[in-house]
Design a protein around this ligand. Structure first.
Ligand code: A3P
Length: 303
């Protein structure tokens, strides 16, 4: 894996700030969306408006806990396979996180730059569209996302915890969590999934056939790899392989971030009432939409 010292440094710094932040003070709202004060600032958001994207930037867009670290790893391995150069993380890769000077520093970084983001479609800087950067959007079923999000808060020692799963579930359904509502994020992206330069990939599909998913990602970004290279990356990108190296790649948060990596862990926490509530919300927002169909709610979320 690439030298992630800057990546880990940023994570450690964020954990340090989180330790001193109570849950009641964790969020600030910017243009209607709650963000964690430990990772985002309004100065950085203002600076982001002037961020200059490149046509060969690799944008990875996802709601939190949909598998962004998985895709980041796959894409950096693809870059390594074609260029033989380790993808060096010169900054924490989430575009909207960090200090407001980061976009100045990023001007010096060689192409291709990987820009991960949890921003809703309408909050992305316009230059991404103007300069036609390719955007891979990663989705995961909302029940496993909620459970993964809850565990992230409650398992990582320094991140503010919720009193209970039920309390987290209520906030998640209201969109009062970092980066706002899963459902707002989903309807916002749903309208753009067939746009030029946009491709959707599902966590569950990747889990069911990793090599096929990696091939699709490689094709989308125009990386030409042999079947053998795809198989090698696939073996290095399983949950077990990534979990084994998580301390090395992600520092203290690693073992908590690579927690279980399964489809259907929601069954361990959702009550029947919560399942019904989630289904109603899913129907309200996503019934009849292209994303709604592609998420395969019946397969992944029905008891
Ligand atoms: P769980 O908490 O359900 O285990 P993100 O990177 O967007 O924060 O998402 C984290 C989730 O992706 C975690 O889910 C994590 O285990 C899962 N994940 C990370 N790498 C994975 C892999 N190689 N295979 C399957 N799941 C993976």
């Amino acid at each position: 894996m690439a030298d992630k010292s800057k990546f880990i440094e940023y994570i450690d710094e964020t954990l340090g700030k989180s330790k001193e932040t109570a849950l009641s003070h964790l969020f600030f709202t910017y243009q209607g969306i709650p963000y964690p004060v430990t990772m985002c600032t309004s100065e950085t958001f203002q600076a982001l408006d002037n961020f200059e994207a490149r046509s060969d930037d690799i944008v990875l867009a996802s709601y939190p806990k949909c598998g962004s670290n998985w895709i980041l790893h796959i894409v950096s391995e693809l870059i390594f396979a074609v260029s033989k150069k380790k993808y060096d993380y010169p900054e924490f890769p989430v575009l909207e996180c960090g200090d407001s000077e980061k976009y100045q520093r990023m001007k010096q970084f060689p192409s291709p730059r990987i820009l991960a983001t949890h921003l809703h479609y309408d909050k992305l800087p316009g230059s991404i569209f103007k300069n036609k950067a390719k955007i891979l959007v990663i989705f995961r079923n909302p029940k496993d996302v909620a459970v993964s999000f809850f565990h992230f808060h409650n398992d990582v020692p320094n991140i503010p915890s919720y009193g209970s799963w039920d309390e987290f579930f209520r906030q998640f359904m209201k969109g009062q969590v970092s980066w706002g509502s899963y459902f707002d994020f989903a309807i916002n992206w749903n309208m753009h999934l067939d746009d030029e330069n946009v491709k959707l990939i599902l966590y569950e599909d990747l889990k069911e056939n990793l090599a096929a998913g990696i091939k699709q990602i490689a094709d989308f970004f125009g990386f030409s790899l042999t079947g053998e290279q795809i198989q090698t990356i696939s073996a290095q990108s399983t949950f077990q392989a990534m979990q084994a190296k998580s301390q090395e790649t992600h520092g203290a948060v690693g073992p908590f971030l690579f927690r279980k990596g399964e489809i259907g862990d929601w069954k361990n926490l959702f009550s029947e009432t919560q399942s019904r509530e989630m289904e109603e919300k899913f129907k309200e927002y996503l019934a009849g939409t292209s994303l709604g169909a592609r998420l395969k709610y019946e397969s992944h979320c029905q008891p």
